[in-house]
Design a protein. Structure first.
Ligand code: HEM
Length: 422
């Protein structure tokens, strides 16, 4: 995650008509920052061997998020990837993430109140206590995998508590969610589809089980309120009810466990910044935001163009998948000073962080994710200021969708004595 210099390894020009290179998934996966850095000053868009087009520049990505000529992809993505039916397909057909217009509003609106910033802020003390508890579990034990023991568990517990899922179910639903979320990457092979589908079916069945339990015995949790609201309004089909919860579990776990680990790794790699945040907790939100810029856990959002869209003379063709690369945009030298430098004190990040998308689909869980990331980091700085990387800096893989991290080995000394500070 050092922002090494890189050059495009292949310049396979995809026809004179388009005049842009088509990059393979292997090239993009091998060094996404290098590829984006090399092409972005020259072209606003490059070809992507599966998705069609990938938009590179910050101003274009930002503008196109809200451009009515671009739409959510509905079922185009699974169709493009050879998934014409089944539960994986249903997640796209019936979920809010890929829906448009009134259908999207209908699916999203039952959640908007619950995820409102003011209400989510009320969860902060509980999330802080959970982070403290989880950290105290392993501090003093020597080397551990921070993802497994900490950064995965904070969002998993939060989503379990929000939805009223038993904590004992965390290993079951997180394993399934991480597996299903692989469908959003371009690295799975046709042979992997049966496994992904099996995970999607198991996750759907798990949600159906929980929903049935809530229907017969409602509780004071989001799920019971959502069910009551959705059923009273009669606006969502039973299948839509299930799929929105499945999406909430996927969106609420994988993205944030990766981001939680990346921010710790980046700060430990830059010890002066780790120490600065340790001395001044007021810097925590900026450290979270800069980590999300420097190595975003979500690399792009997918759209489809209704009509041909011309970008500086290059066409985004109607009907093709288009990736708006937030990952590239967040390192755009036209938008950020020294974009390949990790600097928690930078002043050029926009108020609305681009990593959470824009327009009608802007991340519904943004406020919650920020709290989880801030509190997760805060607890480590308070309780184990001598935390250090045990081994090499981990590599965050992937150029689109939810990116992947194979664990983060760290070593923590003894727990800091004394009361926990607020
Ligand atoms: C660091 C953490 C996160 C990142 C980087 C992230 C990123 C994003 C992005 C970029 C989108 C927009 C996708 C698009 O426009 O196509 C999105 C949508 C969404 N996110 Fe997140 N997210 C995060 C955490 C969460 C959490 C914690 C939840 C739930 C608790 C969540 C639930 C969702 C849902 C349901 C949508 C679909 C919204 C819609 O289509 O209206 N996300 N997220």
């Amino acid at each position: 995650m050092n922002g090494d210099e890189g050059q495009p390894r292949r310049t396979d020009i995809d026809g004179a008509a388009h005049g842009i290179p088509t990059l393979t998934v292997a090239e993009l996966e091998a060094d996404p920052h290098g590829v984006f850095r090399a092409w972005r000053p020259r072209l606003p868009v490059i070809g992507h061997e599966v998705a069609g087009r990938l938009v590179l520049r910050a101003t274009d990505v930002d503008r196109l998020m809200r451009d009515p000529r671009l739409q959510a992809t509905e079922t185009l993505y699974p169709e493009t990837r050879g998934i014409p039916n089944g539960t994986l397909f249903d997640i796209f057909a019936d979920g809010m993430l890929t829906a448009n217009g009134a259908v999207h509003r209908r699916r999203r609106s039952p959640f908007t109140r619950t995820f409102a910033v003011r209400l989510v802020e009320g969860l902060r003390p509980r999330i802080r206590a959970a982070a403290d508890d989880l950290a105290r579990d392993w501090i003093g034990q020597g080397e551990i995998d921070l993802v497994e023991r900490y950064t995965a568990l904070i969002p998993a517990r939060t989503i379990a508590d929000l939805l009223g899922l038993p904590r004992a179910d965390i290993p079951r639903f997180t394993r399934l969610a991480y597996e299903v979320s692989r469908v959003l990457s371009f690295t799975f092979a046709p042979d992997d589809v049966p496994d992904l589908e099996a995970a999607a079916v198991a996750l759907r069945d798990y949600v159906i089980e929980i929903l049935e339990a809530r229907r017969s015995a409602p509780r004071d949790d989001l799920l019971s309120r959502f069910l009551a609201e959705a059923e009273a309004a009669g606006e969502l089909t039973p299948q839509e009810v299930v799929i929105q919860i499945v999406q909430m579990i996927i969106g609420g776990t994988d993205t944030t466990r990766v981001a939680g680990a990346v921010q710790v790794a980046l700060l430990l790699q830059h010890p002066a910044q780790w120490e600065a945040v340790g001395r001044d907790a007021g810097l925590i939100p900026a450290a979270v935001a800069e980590s999300l810029r420097y190595e975003p856990s979500v690399g792009s959002v997918g759209r489809v163009a209704r009509d041909d869209i011309v970008l500086d003379g290059h066409v985004l063709p109607a009907g093709r998948l288009i990736l708006l690369s937030t990952m590239s945009a967040l390192r755009d030298e036209a938008a950020y000073a020294q974009p390949d430098t990790f600097d928690i004190r930078r002043s050029d990040l926009p108020r609305l962080h681009p990593v959470f998308g824009g327009g009608a689909h802007r991340c519904i869980g943004e406020a919650l994710a920020r709290i989880e990331l801030e509190e997760g980091l805060g607890a480590l700085l308070r309780l184990t200021p001598d935390l250090r990387l045990a081994g090499a800096m981990p590599v965050l893989q992937g150029h689109s969708g939810i990116r992947r991290l194979n664990g983060l080995r760290v070593a923590a000394g003894r727990a800091r004595p004394g009361p926990v500070q607020a």
